[in-house]
Ligand binder design. Structure first.
Ligand SMILES: CC(C)(COP(=O)(O)OP(=O)(O)OC[C@H]1O[C@@H](n2cnc3c(N)ncnc32)[C@H](O)[C@@H]1OP(=O)(O)O)[C@@H](O)C(=O)NCCC(=O)NCCS
Length: 362
């Protein structure tokens, strides 16, 4: 029997959280294109409870999340010590999530609290790296407005909040992707939520998963700085056997539905912030890539430009992905803890057999 490499196409368990069946992304049965304007809080509630909240439930949920968007001083001090190190922000985040699990007193597993602390810690890492003061959440605002304020230090307009909200909703979950599966494996051993999230961050860090958005922007900068023809760049990279970041997907062979929505936002915000040259470049690359490979852009392709337009350093892009995906990671951890069992697959041994250890006495 030929085993599918990388478990491609293998159904390993059931879930009610989200689906990519027939290449249509749905959260608890709702298509993503209908949820794109739902509030992030509403979508988080949906993922965690597999139903939409009532108006009162949503108000209470939002209030709870925002009330938790604060970090104790000693946690900020510890984060500050590591955030100033030259390591990649995803390495800082990996340690920070683990740290939150030891300094974040009270109840160990409390998803709203954990999500709020993750967002606040990610914003804090950005502020500390930028040498800027840590801002305080406004209890009268929603989660997304607060999050943008906490990482940027500027109160975003309603339009920018809406844009970032859509980015967060589109990244919130994606069934059994590598980082979510990692979180579920850890949850299946009955480990705690922070351990699950720490492991998920490690998986997301890689360039074949969450790390692609940073590489997309590196590519755009490299082309702009050298003035190289984008077609020449793509040909040169592929001739060297390198993949073009932000293209291709294990599931969406005819295009990533999230990229379609994000493209519209990228076009608008890039025009508004004077980054339209980057968008034009992306269009040239997209057209050529399709002609050459029939590959479509994935979720990371336009998100990279959107984050840049929010004045984020490219090194922090994957942390942003983690901020949004924490919602889905926790949904899957909850499901695994309540309905799952130990994940322990088997492997096909293909190494040497019938060997014998030499008798050293003779
Ligand atoms: C996402 C990804 C890992 C999906 O991988 P996959 O379904 O396992 O597909 P494969 O890596 O086996 O690729 C299939 C073919 O398409 C090519 N291909 C896939 N993505 C490519 C890309 N971004 N650029 C150039 N060629 C690509 C592969 O080289 C391979 O060609 P071959 O059959 O001639 O060897 C892959 O498309 C990729 O590495 N993309 C770039 C990284 C990225 O953007 N990641 C974010 C994902 S949301």
């Amino acid at each position: 029997m030929k085993l599918p490499k990388g478990l491609a196409g293998v159904v390993v368990d059931q879930t009610k959280v989200s689906s990519t069946k027939n290449a249509v992304l749905t959260y608890a049965g709702y298509p993503i294109k209908e949820l794109k304007d739902a509030s992030f809080e509403e979508v988080v509630f949906l993922l965690w409870h597999t139903r939409l909240p009532s108006s009162d439930e949503l108000t209470a949920f939002r209030k709870r999340l925002v009330s938790e968007m604060v970090l104790p001083d000693h946690t900020v001090q510890l984060i500050a010590r590591i955030a100033k190190e030259p390591q990649h922000p995803m390495s800082i985040l990996r340690t920070t999530v683990s740290l939150l699990g030891t300094t974040n007193d009270v109840k160990r597993d409390d998803p709203p609290r954990i999500l709020a602390k993750m967002l606040t810690a990610i914003a804090a890492i950005i502020r500390i790296r930028d040498g800027k003061p840590i801002e305080q959440a406004n209890q009268n605002w929603g989660v997304v407005k607060n999050f943008v304020y906490l990482f940027s230090g500027e109160q975003p307009t309603a339009e920018r909040v809406k844009m970032f909200n859509t980015v967060m909703v589109l990244h919130a979950d994606h069934e059994f992707n590598a980082s979510t599966f990692t979180a579920r494996v850890v949850a299946s051993t009955k480990s705690d939520d922070y351990s699950c999230l720490t492991a998920a961050v490690c998986a997301l860090k890689g360039p074949l998963h969450g790390g692609a958005n940073e590489r997309v922007f590196e590519m755009l900068e490299a082309i702009r700085e050298t003035g190289q023809d984008p077609v020449g760049y793509v040909n040169e990279q592929m001739a060297r056997g390198r993949k073009i970041m932000g293209f291709g997907h294990r599931i969406y062979k005819d295009g990533d539905p999230r990229a379609v929505i994000l493209r519209v936002i990228a076009q608008k915000i890039s025009q508004e912030t004077g980054n339209d040259e980057y968008f034009a470049l992306q269009e040239q690359i997209r057209e050529y890539m399709f002609k050459k490979t029939h590959l479509h852009p994935n979720v990371d392709y336009y998100t990279a430009l959107i984050y840049h337009c929010f004045n984020l350093d490219k090194k922090t892009f994957t942390m942003m992905f983690a901020a949004c995906r924490t919602a889905g990671w926790l949904a899957h951890v909850i499901e695994q803890q309540t309905e799952g069992c130990l994940i322990r697959p088997s492997s096909e041994y293909v190494g040497e057999t019938n060997r014998h250890y030499p008798n050293k006495e003779g």
